[in-house]
Ligand binder design. Sequence first.
Ligand SMILES: [Fe+2]
Ligand SMILES: [Fe+2]
Ligand SMILES: [Fe+2]
Ligand SMILES: [Fe+2]
Length: 432
Amino acid sequence: MSFNPLKEKGIPLDKQLKTWTDIVKRPYKRELADCYTRTRQILMNGIEVESWNFKHHFLRTSNNMEINKLIADIRRIENNQQTTINWLCPHNQSVLDTTLGYEQVAIDLTAWLAQNEPDDYVKETYDFGLLEDFDHLYRYSQFAYLIEGTDPNDILHYSTDVNFARPTQYHHNPNRLRIRKSYDKLNTDPQTKVNILTLVSAEQQTHNFYAEHGFMYGSDDLRKLYAEISDVEEEHVTMYETLIDPTETMLEKLLIHEFCEVCCYHNCYKDEKDDKIKLIYEEFLAMEIEHLQIAAKMLEKYQGTDAEEIIGGKIFDTCHFEEQKEYVNNIILNESDKRLDTDFKYTYIKDLSEDWTGYEAQRVLLSKCAPSETSVKLSINGIMKSDIVSTDLKMLKMRQKILQNALDINMMAPNTVNPDEYSTVESDKIFN
Ligand SMILES: [Fe+2]
Ligand SMILES: [Fe+2]
Ligand SMILES: [Fe+2]
Ligand SMILES: [Fe+2]
Protein backbone atom coordinates (compact mmCIF):
# COMPACT_ATOMS: atom_id res chain seq x y z
CA MET A 1 0.00 0.00 0.00
CA SER A 2 1.42 3.37 -0.89
CA PHE A 3 2.33 5.79 1.88
CA ASN A 4 0.44 9.08 1.52
CA PRO A 5 1.81 11.36 4.27
CA LEU A 6 -1.21 13.65 3.99
CA LYS A 7 -3.42 10.75 5.14
CA GLU A 8 -1.20 8.88 7.66
CA LYS A 9 -1.68 9.40 11.40
CA GLY A 10 1.00 11.46 13.14
CA ILE A 11 1.74 12.42 16.75
CA PRO A 12 -0.45 15.39 17.85
CA LEU A 13 1.56 18.60 18.24
CA ASP A 14 0.66 18.97 21.93
CA LYS A 15 2.25 15.55 22.59
CA GLN A 16 5.56 16.39 20.90
CA LEU A 17 7.29 18.31 23.70
CA LYS A 18 9.74 16.13 25.67
CA THR A 19 11.99 16.12 28.72
CA TRP A 20 15.74 16.82 28.40
CA THR A 21 16.35 13.18 29.30
CA ASP A 22 14.36 12.14 26.24
CA ILE A 23 15.86 14.81 24.00
CA VAL A 24 19.52 14.01 24.68
CA LYS A 25 20.27 10.39 23.70
CA ARG A 26 23.42 8.27 23.90
CA PRO A 27 25.77 8.95 20.96
CA TYR A 28 26.84 6.27 18.50
CA LYS A 29 30.39 4.90 18.82
CA ARG A 30 33.01 6.53 16.57
CA GLU A 31 34.79 3.21 15.97
CA LEU A 32 31.74 0.97 15.60
CA ALA A 33 29.09 2.97 13.78
CA ASP A 34 28.37 2.12 10.16
CA CYS A 35 29.59 4.95 7.90
CA TYR A 36 26.07 5.44 6.58
CA THR A 37 24.65 5.68 10.10
CA ARG A 38 26.98 8.67 10.44
CA THR A 39 25.97 10.17 7.06
CA ARG A 40 22.27 9.89 7.92
CA GLN A 41 22.88 11.59 11.27
CA ILE A 42 24.87 14.40 9.58
CA LEU A 43 22.21 14.90 6.91
CA MET A 44 19.24 14.90 9.29
CA ASN A 45 20.96 17.52 11.44
CA GLY A 46 21.18 19.71 8.31
CA ILE A 47 17.52 19.04 7.50
CA GLU A 48 16.43 20.07 11.00
CA VAL A 49 18.60 23.21 11.00
CA GLU A 50 17.05 24.31 7.70
CA SER A 51 13.54 23.52 8.94
CA TRP A 52 14.08 25.51 12.12
CA ASN A 53 15.75 28.45 10.36
CA PHE A 54 13.15 28.66 7.60
CA LYS A 55 10.42 29.04 10.24
CA HIS A 56 12.21 32.06 11.68
CA HIS A 57 12.26 33.64 8.21
CA PHE A 58 8.55 32.84 7.91
CA LEU A 59 7.79 34.59 11.20
CA ARG A 60 9.71 37.69 10.10
CA THR A 61 7.55 38.02 6.99
CA SER A 62 4.13 37.09 8.40
CA ASN A 63 1.48 39.04 10.29
CA ASN A 64 -0.97 36.13 10.41
CA MET A 65 -1.17 35.38 14.12
CA GLU A 66 -2.82 31.96 13.77
CA ILE A 67 -0.01 30.75 11.52
CA ASN A 68 2.68 32.49 13.59
CA LYS A 69 1.55 30.77 16.79
CA LEU A 70 1.43 27.34 15.15
CA ILE A 71 4.84 27.84 13.54
CA ALA A 72 6.35 29.01 16.83
CA ASP A 73 5.21 25.75 18.46
CA ILE A 74 6.47 23.59 15.59
CA ARG A 75 9.80 25.45 15.46
CA ARG A 76 10.49 24.59 19.10
CA ILE A 77 10.00 20.91 18.17
CA GLU A 78 12.35 21.22 15.18
CA ASN A 79 14.91 22.72 17.53
CA ASN A 80 14.59 19.82 19.97
CA GLN A 81 14.77 17.28 17.13
CA GLN A 82 17.96 18.98 15.91
CA THR A 83 19.50 18.60 19.36
CA THR A 84 18.62 14.91 19.49
CA ILE A 85 20.06 14.23 16.04
CA ASN A 86 23.21 16.36 16.20
CA TRP A 87 24.13 15.13 19.65
CA LEU A 88 24.20 11.53 18.50
CA CYS A 89 27.69 12.53 17.31
CA PRO A 90 30.24 11.20 19.83
CA HIS A 91 32.59 13.57 21.69
CA ASN A 92 35.69 11.74 20.45
CA GLN A 93 34.85 12.20 16.77
CA SER A 94 37.24 14.99 15.82
CA VAL A 95 36.36 17.95 13.61
CA LEU A 96 38.38 16.37 10.79
CA ASP A 97 36.65 12.99 11.28
CA THR A 98 33.27 14.70 11.06
CA THR A 99 34.47 16.69 8.05
CA LEU A 100 35.21 13.46 6.17
CA GLY A 101 31.66 12.38 7.08
CA TYR A 102 30.23 15.64 5.71
CA GLU A 103 31.97 15.17 2.36
CA GLN A 104 30.88 11.52 2.26
CA VAL A 105 27.30 12.78 2.67
CA ALA A 106 27.78 15.29 -0.14
CA ILE A 107 29.26 12.72 -2.55
CA ASP A 108 27.01 9.73 -2.00
CA LEU A 109 23.83 11.77 -1.51
CA THR A 110 24.41 13.87 -4.64
CA ALA A 111 25.18 10.75 -6.69
CA TRP A 112 21.98 9.12 -5.44
CA LEU A 113 19.88 12.20 -6.20
CA ALA A 114 21.41 12.60 -9.66
CA GLN A 115 20.28 9.07 -10.53
CA ASN A 116 16.80 9.71 -9.13
CA GLU A 117 16.16 13.11 -10.63
CA PRO A 118 13.45 13.58 -13.28
CA ASP A 119 14.78 16.97 -14.48
CA ASP A 120 17.85 16.75 -16.77
CA TYR A 121 19.13 20.26 -15.98
CA VAL A 122 18.92 19.64 -12.23
CA LYS A 123 20.72 16.32 -12.72
CA GLU A 124 23.50 18.05 -14.66
CA THR A 125 23.88 20.52 -11.80
CA TYR A 126 24.15 17.66 -9.29
CA ASP A 127 26.84 15.96 -11.38
CA PHE A 128 28.75 19.23 -11.54
CA GLY A 129 28.69 19.78 -7.76
CA LEU A 130 29.40 16.12 -7.04
CA LEU A 131 32.91 16.31 -8.50
CA GLU A 132 33.75 19.31 -6.32
CA ASP A 133 32.76 17.66 -3.05
CA PHE A 134 34.64 14.57 -4.17
CA ASP A 135 37.79 16.66 -4.54
CA HIS A 136 37.24 18.24 -1.10
CA LEU A 137 37.26 14.80 0.51
CA TYR A 138 40.68 14.12 -1.04
CA ARG A 139 42.15 17.40 0.28
CA TYR A 140 40.77 16.94 3.79
CA SER A 141 41.94 13.32 3.84
CA GLN A 142 45.56 14.49 3.52
CA PHE A 143 45.17 16.54 6.69
CA ALA A 144 43.26 13.83 8.57
CA TYR A 145 46.33 11.64 8.12
CA LEU A 146 48.96 14.38 8.56
CA ILE A 147 47.50 15.97 11.69
CA GLU A 148 45.64 13.20 13.44
CA GLY A 149 47.10 10.05 11.88
CA THR A 150 43.64 9.03 10.78
CA ASP A 151 43.21 6.63 7.92
CA PRO A 152 40.20 8.18 6.13
CA ASN A 153 38.78 4.70 5.73
CA ASP A 154 38.34 4.56 9.52
CA ILE A 155 35.48 6.97 8.79
CA LEU A 156 34.56 6.14 5.17
CA HIS A 157 34.78 2.34 5.53
CA TYR A 158 35.97 1.98 1.91
CA SER A 159 32.46 2.94 0.72
CA THR A 160 33.59 6.21 -0.88
CA ASP A 161 36.85 6.68 -2.80
CA VAL A 162 39.53 9.23 -1.95
CA ASN A 163 41.01 10.80 -5.05
CA PHE A 164 41.13 14.09 -6.86
CA ALA A 165 38.58 15.19 -9.45
CA ARG A 166 38.11 18.82 -10.58
CA PRO A 167 40.79 20.45 -8.38
CA THR A 168 39.38 22.67 -5.64
CA GLN A 169 41.25 25.74 -6.91
CA TYR A 170 38.82 25.76 -9.87
CA HIS A 171 35.71 25.75 -7.70
CA HIS A 172 36.03 29.48 -7.15
CA ASN A 173 33.86 31.71 -9.29
CA PRO A 174 32.20 35.09 -9.04
CA ASN A 175 29.31 33.92 -6.85
CA ARG A 176 26.77 35.30 -9.33
CA LEU A 177 28.02 32.76 -11.89
CA ARG A 178 26.71 29.99 -9.61
CA ILE A 179 23.12 31.18 -9.96
CA ARG A 180 21.13 28.50 -11.80
CA LYS A 181 17.89 28.46 -13.73
CA SER A 182 14.99 27.82 -11.37
CA TYR A 183 12.26 25.24 -11.94
CA ASP A 184 8.70 26.29 -12.73
CA LYS A 185 6.59 25.35 -9.72
CA LEU A 186 3.52 24.63 -11.84
CA ASN A 187 5.27 22.12 -14.09
CA THR A 188 7.73 20.41 -11.80
CA ASP A 189 7.68 16.92 -10.39
CA PRO A 190 7.37 16.91 -6.56
CA GLN A 191 10.44 14.64 -6.51
CA THR A 192 12.54 17.44 -8.00
CA LYS A 193 11.32 19.88 -5.33
CA VAL A 194 12.14 17.57 -2.46
CA ASN A 195 15.45 16.42 -3.94
CA ILE A 196 16.66 20.01 -4.21
CA LEU A 197 15.64 21.00 -0.69
CA THR A 198 17.36 17.90 0.71
CA LEU A 199 20.63 18.86 -0.98
CA VAL A 200 20.35 22.57 -0.13
CA SER A 201 19.98 21.61 3.54
CA ALA A 202 23.02 19.30 3.38
CA GLU A 203 25.23 21.85 1.64
CA GLN A 204 24.16 24.70 3.90
CA GLN A 205 24.98 22.65 6.99
CA THR A 206 28.34 21.69 5.48
CA HIS A 207 29.11 25.36 4.93
CA ASN A 208 28.09 26.21 8.50
CA PHE A 209 30.13 23.37 9.99
CA TYR A 210 33.32 24.44 8.19
CA ALA A 211 32.71 28.12 8.90
CA GLU A 212 32.20 27.40 12.60
CA HIS A 213 34.92 24.75 13.15
CA GLY A 214 37.75 25.52 10.71
CA PHE A 215 39.50 27.72 13.25
CA MET A 216 39.78 24.89 15.76
CA TYR A 217 43.13 23.65 14.48
CA GLY A 218 46.58 25.12 15.17
CA SER A 219 47.84 24.45 11.65
CA ASP A 220 47.64 27.59 9.56
CA ASP A 221 47.55 25.50 6.40
CA LEU A 222 44.53 23.53 7.61
CA ARG A 223 42.74 26.68 8.76
CA LYS A 224 43.22 28.12 5.29
CA LEU A 225 41.89 24.91 3.71
CA TYR A 226 38.70 25.18 5.80
CA ALA A 227 38.39 28.83 4.76
CA GLU A 228 38.82 27.88 1.10
CA ILE A 229 36.36 24.98 1.10
CA SER A 230 33.80 26.75 3.26
CA ASP A 231 33.74 29.42 0.54
CA VAL A 232 33.08 26.75 -2.08
CA GLU A 233 30.21 25.40 0.02
CA GLU A 234 28.78 28.92 -0.01
CA GLU A 235 28.86 28.69 -3.82
CA HIS A 236 27.19 25.27 -3.61
CA VAL A 237 24.33 26.63 -1.50
CA THR A 238 23.89 29.42 -4.05
CA MET A 239 23.95 26.93 -6.92
CA TYR A 240 21.37 24.55 -5.47
CA GLU A 241 18.99 27.02 -3.82
CA THR A 242 18.61 29.02 -7.03
CA LEU A 243 17.15 25.90 -8.70
CA ILE A 244 14.05 26.53 -6.54
CA ASP A 245 11.22 28.59 -8.02
CA PRO A 246 11.41 31.92 -6.13
CA THR A 247 7.69 32.55 -6.73
CA GLU A 248 6.63 29.75 -4.36
CA THR A 249 4.70 31.38 -1.52
CA MET A 250 5.91 31.04 2.07
CA LEU A 251 3.02 28.64 2.75
CA GLU A 252 4.04 26.51 -0.22
CA LYS A 253 7.64 26.55 0.98
CA LEU A 254 6.49 25.54 4.46
CA LEU A 255 4.65 22.56 3.01
CA ILE A 256 7.69 21.47 0.96
CA HIS A 257 9.95 21.78 4.02
CA GLU A 258 7.71 19.48 6.07
CA PHE A 259 7.36 17.12 3.12
CA CYS A 260 11.14 16.98 2.83
CA GLU A 261 11.43 16.05 6.51
CA VAL A 262 8.80 13.32 6.10
CA CYS A 263 10.55 11.83 3.05
CA CYS A 264 13.98 11.92 4.69
CA TYR A 265 12.89 10.40 8.01
CA HIS A 266 10.94 7.70 6.20
CA ASN A 267 14.01 6.86 4.13
CA CYS A 268 16.31 6.91 7.18
CA TYR A 269 13.88 4.72 9.15
CA LYS A 270 13.84 2.17 6.32
CA ASP A 271 17.64 2.07 5.96
CA GLU A 272 18.97 2.48 9.50
CA LYS A 273 20.61 -0.60 11.05
CA ASP A 274 21.25 0.80 14.53
CA ASP A 275 18.08 -0.19 16.42
CA LYS A 276 18.14 2.75 18.86
CA ILE A 277 18.62 5.33 16.12
CA LYS A 278 15.98 3.62 13.97
CA LEU A 279 13.47 4.19 16.79
CA ILE A 280 14.29 7.90 16.79
CA TYR A 281 13.66 8.10 13.05
CA GLU A 282 10.36 6.27 13.43
CA GLU A 283 9.16 8.68 16.10
CA PHE A 284 10.37 11.79 14.28
CA LEU A 285 8.62 10.60 11.11
CA ALA A 286 5.32 10.53 13.03
CA MET A 287 6.01 14.05 14.33
CA GLU A 288 6.76 15.35 10.85
CA ILE A 289 3.56 13.85 9.45
CA GLU A 290 1.69 16.09 11.90
CA HIS A 291 3.77 19.15 10.91
CA LEU A 292 3.03 18.42 7.25
CA GLN A 293 -0.70 18.11 7.83
CA ILE A 294 -0.79 21.39 9.78
CA ALA A 295 1.06 23.08 6.90
CA ALA A 296 -1.43 21.54 4.43
CA LYS A 297 -4.39 22.87 6.46
CA MET A 298 -2.92 26.39 6.55
CA LEU A 299 -2.28 26.28 2.81
CA GLU A 300 -5.88 25.26 2.16
CA LYS A 301 -7.32 27.80 4.59
CA TYR A 302 -5.32 30.89 3.64
CA GLN A 303 -4.39 30.23 0.02
CA GLY A 304 -7.16 27.87 -1.10
CA THR A 305 -4.57 25.44 -2.48
CA ASP A 306 -4.78 21.67 -2.11
CA ALA A 307 -1.44 20.29 -0.82
CA GLU A 308 -1.52 17.41 -3.31
CA GLU A 309 -1.25 19.91 -6.16
CA ILE A 310 2.20 20.80 -4.83
CA ILE A 311 3.64 17.60 -3.37
CA GLY A 312 1.47 14.86 -4.87
CA GLY A 313 0.20 11.94 -2.81
CA LYS A 314 3.27 9.78 -2.20
CA ILE A 315 6.76 10.00 -0.75
CA PHE A 316 10.22 9.64 -2.31
CA ASP A 317 13.49 8.05 -1.22
CA THR A 318 15.42 11.30 -1.02
CA CYS A 319 18.40 10.14 1.00
CA HIS A 320 19.30 6.52 0.39
CA PHE A 321 23.00 5.97 1.07
CA GLU A 322 24.98 3.26 -0.67
CA GLU A 323 28.30 2.88 -2.47
CA GLN A 324 28.37 5.08 -5.59
CA LYS A 325 31.95 4.52 -6.78
CA GLU A 326 31.13 3.42 -10.31
CA TYR A 327 28.79 6.34 -10.94
CA VAL A 328 31.23 8.86 -9.47
CA ASN A 329 34.26 7.50 -11.34
CA ASN A 330 32.40 7.79 -14.60
CA ILE A 331 31.67 11.48 -13.94
CA ILE A 332 35.31 12.06 -12.93
CA LEU A 333 36.54 10.59 -16.22
CA ASN A 334 34.13 12.65 -18.32
CA GLU A 335 33.56 15.94 -16.52
CA SER A 336 36.63 17.00 -14.54
CA ASP A 337 37.31 19.70 -17.15
CA LYS A 338 33.75 21.05 -17.01
CA ARG A 339 33.24 24.67 -15.92
CA LEU A 340 30.34 27.05 -15.25
CA ASP A 341 29.29 29.19 -18.17
CA THR A 342 27.13 32.30 -18.47
CA ASP A 343 23.38 32.00 -19.11
CA PHE A 344 23.12 29.30 -16.40
CA LYS A 345 24.90 26.77 -18.61
CA TYR A 346 28.06 24.66 -18.47
CA THR A 347 31.15 24.59 -20.66
CA TYR A 348 34.61 22.97 -20.89
CA ILE A 349 38.13 24.37 -20.42
CA LYS A 350 38.90 24.10 -24.13
CA ASP A 351 36.02 26.49 -24.90
CA LEU A 352 36.90 29.18 -22.35
CA SER A 353 37.97 32.56 -23.66
CA GLU A 354 40.50 34.76 -21.87
CA ASP A 355 37.72 37.02 -20.66
CA TRP A 356 35.66 34.15 -19.19
CA THR A 357 34.00 35.67 -16.13
CA GLY A 358 35.08 32.76 -13.87
CA TYR A 359 38.67 33.99 -14.05
CA GLU A 360 37.69 37.23 -12.24
CA ALA A 361 37.45 35.52 -8.86
CA GLN A 362 40.24 33.01 -9.51
CA ARG A 363 42.73 35.78 -10.38
CA VAL A 364 42.30 37.22 -6.88
CA LEU A 365 41.77 34.09 -4.82
CA LEU A 366 44.58 32.04 -6.35
CA SER A 367 47.18 34.80 -6.66
CA LYS A 368 49.20 33.78 -3.58
CA CYS A 369 48.33 30.10 -3.15
CA ALA A 370 45.54 27.55 -3.09
CA PRO A 371 45.42 25.89 0.36
CA SER A 372 43.87 22.85 -1.37
CA GLU A 373 47.15 22.42 -3.30
CA THR A 374 49.22 22.93 -0.13
CA SER A 375 47.40 19.97 1.44
CA VAL A 376 48.82 17.68 -1.24
CA LYS A 377 52.27 19.32 -1.29
CA LEU A 378 52.59 18.67 2.43
CA SER A 379 51.78 15.00 1.88
CA ILE A 380 54.00 14.30 -1.07
CA ASN A 381 56.94 16.48 -0.03
CA GLY A 382 56.72 15.81 3.70
CA ILE A 383 57.84 12.77 5.63
CA MET A 384 55.14 10.61 4.08
CA LYS A 385 56.40 11.11 0.51
CA SER A 386 53.01 9.82 -0.54
CA ASP A 387 49.52 11.15 -0.91
CA ILE A 388 46.44 9.61 0.58
CA VAL A 389 44.42 7.86 -2.08
CA SER A 390 41.85 5.12 -1.97
CA THR A 391 40.55 3.92 -5.29
CA ASP A 392 40.73 0.99 -7.67
CA LEU A 393 43.69 0.09 -9.88
CA LYS A 394 42.04 1.42 -13.05
CA MET A 395 41.49 4.89 -11.58
CA LEU A 396 44.93 4.86 -9.97
CA LYS A 397 46.58 4.29 -13.33
CA MET A 398 44.62 7.16 -14.89
CA ARG A 399 45.44 9.77 -12.27
CA GLN A 400 47.95 11.81 -14.26
CA LYS A 401 45.69 11.85 -17.29
CA ILE A 402 42.69 13.00 -15.23
CA LEU A 403 44.72 15.77 -13.63
CA GLN A 404 46.19 16.98 -16.90
CA ASN A 405 42.68 17.17 -18.30
CA ALA A 406 41.30 19.02 -15.25
CA LEU A 407 44.07 21.63 -14.95
CA ASP A 408 43.60 24.90 -16.76
CA ILE A 409 47.02 26.10 -17.96
CA ASN A 410 45.69 29.69 -18.13
CA MET A 411 44.91 29.73 -14.44
CA MET A 412 46.94 27.92 -11.83
CA ALA A 413 47.78 28.88 -8.26
CA PRO A 414 51.58 29.32 -7.89
CA ASN A 415 51.73 26.30 -5.56
CA THR A 416 49.81 23.97 -7.90
CA VAL A 417 51.05 20.38 -7.70
CA ASN A 418 52.45 19.59 -11.09
CA PRO A 419 51.11 16.32 -12.60
CA ASP A 420 54.73 15.16 -12.91
CA GLU A 421 55.16 15.41 -9.15
CA TYR A 422 52.55 12.69 -8.77
CA SER A 423 54.59 10.33 -10.90
CA THR A 424 57.43 10.35 -8.40
CA VAL A 425 55.42 9.60 -5.25
CA GLU A 426 53.84 6.47 -3.95
CA SER A 427 50.12 6.86 -4.24
CA ASP A 428 49.19 3.59 -2.65
CA LYS A 429 49.43 4.58 0.99
CA ILE A 430 45.87 3.51 1.55
CA PHE A 431 45.10 1.69 -1.64
CA ASN A 432 42.11 -0.62 -1.96
FE1 LIG B 1 11.88 18.35 12.15
FE1 LIG C 1 32.43 19.84 -0.11
FE1 LIG D 1 29.40 20.97 -1.32
FE1 LIG E 1 8.92 19.58 10.78
